[in-house]
Ligand binder design. Structure first.
Ligand SMILES: Nc1nc2c(ncn2[C@@H]2O[C@H](COP(=O)(O)OP(=O)(O)OP(=O)(O)O)[C@@H](O)[C@H]2O)c(=O)[nH]1
Ligand SMILES: [Mg+2]
Length: 337
């Protein structure tokens, strides 16, 4: 279910629309609520599209400014209620006027800023709406409301568009930005990540980390390492079925063939999504090159697994071993609280 507002809107429209959204919100208290906020143009919709909607970076050039956008997203069998709050200054008043509802019962707060502030928001400021046009003031204000209405929220800040910073200065800029963010974070233990839609695999990994932060990795690591050892695999990766976000991986220390792996991963993701759209699916897939074999299959009702081996390999043995750990993974992943 997706709620989206049209481009041409008036103040009355926004308030009406807001009431509708916040009503759904009240009905949806059993879902995880995730707020995605940040100034206009920092890349909130771009990131969302890249992760969830088979988009390419080029597609993001034509995204319109968001008013407010609500989406229900499955993750490990749970529904997440993701709200992107458009960042134009005139909208911020509505967020703060409706703070007791918008910031209520939030599980994850993802705030996006541009890694290098000088480019931010330059076309969107006039004398009347200077309010919180600086991204960190806006962030601080949101956190004040979260402290009041969702004190247990997990806070993440993505420092986006790092591709625009010269590689020689990146580390220094990121470090400086991190310190500024931490200073504005009050009592919250904030997680900061540098991101870019042009560095898709890193972005995808970070988004996965945000969504898996509550999981018990000790147990996952234990069973995955056991599987790897029994099968003498080079690498094993567990993915969430509906989003393809990575949950955990184990690999040999000297495993380096990541480019090929990423390419195969992207093709499989696209094929899998295409088949889901067509209401079909594949149960397993094997891809071979000269030295390695890549096997992709379902692990549990909400997860997928891929394994990379050196040849020769024995598919029946692999399936048997996966079956042996299946129930453990169902307990850890599909039934997690
Ligand atoms: N170079 C670069 N451009 C990016 C990146 N992420 C987003 N953009 C570009 O930034 C522009 C604005 O992105 P949006 O995703 O629409 O921004 P938004 O935060 O959703 O903005 P509002 O909906 O108005 O709040 C688009 O042209 C994107 O192509 C990035 O990591 N690097
Ligand atoms: Mg947007």
């Amino acid at each position: 279910m997706i709620y989206k507002m049209e481009e041409n809107y008036s103040v009355v429209d926004i308030q009406e629309y807001f009431n509708k959204i916040l009503d759904i919100d009240n009905e949806s208290s059993e879902y995880n609520k995730i707020l995605l906020m940040g100034n206009s143009g920092v890349g909130k919709s771009s990131i969302r599209y890249m992760i969830y909607y088979k988009s390419s970076q080029i597609d993001t050039y034509s995204l319109a400014s968001t008013i407010i956008y609500v989406d229900f997203i499955n993750f490990l069998g749970k529904r997440n209620y993701l709200i992107e709050c458009g960042g134009e200054n005139k909208l911020k008043k509505f967020y703060f006027d409706n703070a007791s509802k918008l910031f209520n019962k939030v599980n994850k707060f993802i705030f996006i800023i541009e890694a290098e502030e000088s480019r931010e928001n330059k076309d969107d400021i006039n004398e009347n709406d200077l309010m919180y046009s600086n991204s960190l003031d806006y962030y601080e204000k949101c956190l004040q409301y979260l402290e009041q209405y969702s004190p247990n929220v997990k806070v993440f800040v993505l420092m986006n568009k790092i591709d625009l910073i010269n590689i020689t200065r990146r580390e220094q800029v990121i470090e400086k930005r991190k310190n500024e963010i931490k200073k504005k974070s009050g009592n919250f233990d904030v997680n900061c990540f540098p991101t870019s839609i042009w560095e898709f695999f890193d972005l995808y990994k970070i988004w996965g980390d945000i969504f898996t932060i509550e999981l018990n990795f000790e147990k996952i690591k234990k069973y995955l390492s056991l599987l790897k050892q029994n099968l003498k695999a080079r690498k094993i990766v567990v993915l969430e079925k509906f989003t393809f976000l990575k949950i955990y991986s184990v690999s040999d220390d000297d495993y380096v063939d990541e480019n090929l792996e990423q390419m195969i991963f992207m093709h499989i993701k696209n094929l899998y999504n295409y088949l889901v759209d067509e209401k079909k699916r594949f149960k397993e897939l094997e891809i071979e090159n000269n030295n390695n074999i890549f096997i992709f299959t379902e692990l549990t009702p909400s997860t997928l697994i891929y394994l990379i081996f050196e040849k020769p390999y024995f598919i029946e043995l692999i399936k048997l071993n996966i079956n042996l750990v299946k129930n453990e993974f169902i307990n850890i992943l599909d039934n997690y609280k």
